[in-house]
Design a protein around this ligand. Sequence first.
Ligand SMILES: Nc1ncnc2c1ncn2[C@@H]1O[C@H](COP(=O)(O)OP(=O)(O)O)[C@@H](O)[C@H]1O
Ligand SMILES: [Mg+2]
Length: 439
Amino acid sequence: MSIISVVGPKGGIGKTTISINTTAALTRALGSGKNTNRICLVDLDLRLPTITSLLDSHPAKTFYDLFECLDNKVYQVDFLRTVYQMVTWFESYIDGDISASHDKLIDAFHHYKAMNTELFMSSGFKFGNAIEEMLIQRSEIKSLSQIKALRSTIRKIDLKEYRRLLEEMDKTARPVMAEYINYIEEYGFSIIGGEVPILGKRGHRKRINEPEFLLRFLEFLDGVFQKFEYVIVDTPAGGVNHLSSLMNVIDQVLFVFDLSNTIAINGSIDALHSFIDYYEEFQADYAKGQLMGLDRAHVNRLIAQKGKGDLYQFIKNKKLGIVFNRCQNNQEIENALKMIRDYLTTLDKFHQYKSRIHIVGLVPQHKVINITNNRKSMFYNMDIALSERMDLVAKGILSDNTICPTLADNDKTIIRYLSKFKKPQLLDRLTNKVASNAN
Ligand SMILES: Nc1ncnc2c1ncn2[C@@H]1O[C@H](COP(=O)(O)OP(=O)(O)O)[C@@H](O)[C@H]1O
Ligand SMILES: [Mg+2]
C-alpha cells in the first residue's frame, strides 16, 4: 500500500486536476485490468468535494453519510450502552442485590450525575422517554441512596429488549466500507468521498474537532487505505489541520506549484516548509516516545501492522515531491526552483533537504484542461502530450521517486527530465488549436 497526498496552499491551483489525472496515469501504468482493489482516489476536501461530480460518478454513500453514520455510532449507540450499564446497576441496587458501597454502582452514580446529554435523541429509541425521564430526575437525586426514587421510571425499561435493540443498532451503525467506495469501470479506479459540503453542517464542523470522532473517521479511512495498492488523496486547500494524524500514514506528499502565480508559489513553499516542520516534530516526538492523542493511537496501530523498526524507517523516508502546474516556459521553472532553494537556505534547511525534495512532474498551462473544467477534469487520454506528462508523474511515483531529479540537481538536469517524453509538439499545437476552436 502506498499513499500519495496532493497538497497546496490555496484553491484553484490544480490539486484536484492533478489528483484525478495522476490516478488515471497510475492506473494505466499498473495495467489494473479487472482488479478493482488497486487504486483509489480519495476526495478529502470536506468543505467542497468536487471529484464525484467532475467524474460524474456517484458512490452510494458519501463522506456526509459517513459523518452521519459515525455520529450515530459515537453518540447514540455509545450513549445508550452507557445508560444500559447504568440502569443495570441501579436496578440491582433497587432490588437489594447490591449495597450502596458497590464500586460499580458508585461509578454509575457519578456517571449519571455528570453525563452530557446534549446529543442524545430520545425519539428514535423505544425506551427513549423513560431514559429522558430518568435524566430529568437527576436534579432531585443528590445522593446515591436517592436512586430508589427512580424505581418506577426504571421499571418502564425492559433490559432484555433494550439489549437486543442495542445489538441491532450496533450492527447497522457501523459503516460498510463497500457502500462508500465506487469503482468506475470506465476509468479502472475507485473513488471515495464527495459530494455535498460536509462541513457545511454545523454539527459536522463540531464533530471534526472532537478527538474521539476524528479517530473513528481516521480508522475508517485507514480501513479503506488497507484495501488498495495505491491511494491518491486530494487534500483540501491549506492541508488537513484537523487531520494531522493522517499525515503519519502518507508515504509521499506531492506539492502543487502553480507557476502562473507568484503568490501561489510562495504559498506552496510555505506548505512545504510546514510539512518539513511537521515531520521533524513528529519524528522527534516519536523518538522520545512523546507522541500524544491521535498521533499516538494511530502510530500504535501502525506498529501493530508494520513493526517498530519498519515504522521508524517509514517515517524517516517520507517523500516530498513537487509538481509544477500551469507552466508556460522554462524560465518559470528556474524562477520557482530559485525561490524554493533560497527559502530553504534562509531556513538553514537546504543542505539537509535538497536531496529529499524530488521534482516529480510538470503540467503546462493548457486549453484542453480549461475547456474541460466544468464537467470532466479528466484530460488524461484526451490529449497525448498531457497524458505523457502524467505518465512521467506516475513513473516517478512507481519508482519511489528514484528516477526523479531533486533540488540538489542543476536546473538543466531538472528541465531535461521534465520534458522527457516523446515530443509530440506538433500534436500538442494541433490539440491546442482544436481546443481553441471548440472554445
Ligand atoms: N495546467 C492547467 N491549465 C489550464 N487550466 C488548469 C490547469 N490546471 C488546473 N486548471 C483549471 O483550474 C481550475 C482549478 O483547478 P483545480 O484542480 O480544481 O484546483 P484546486 O483543486 O487546487 O482547487 C479548474 O477549472 C482546472 O480545470
Ligand atoms: Mg480541489
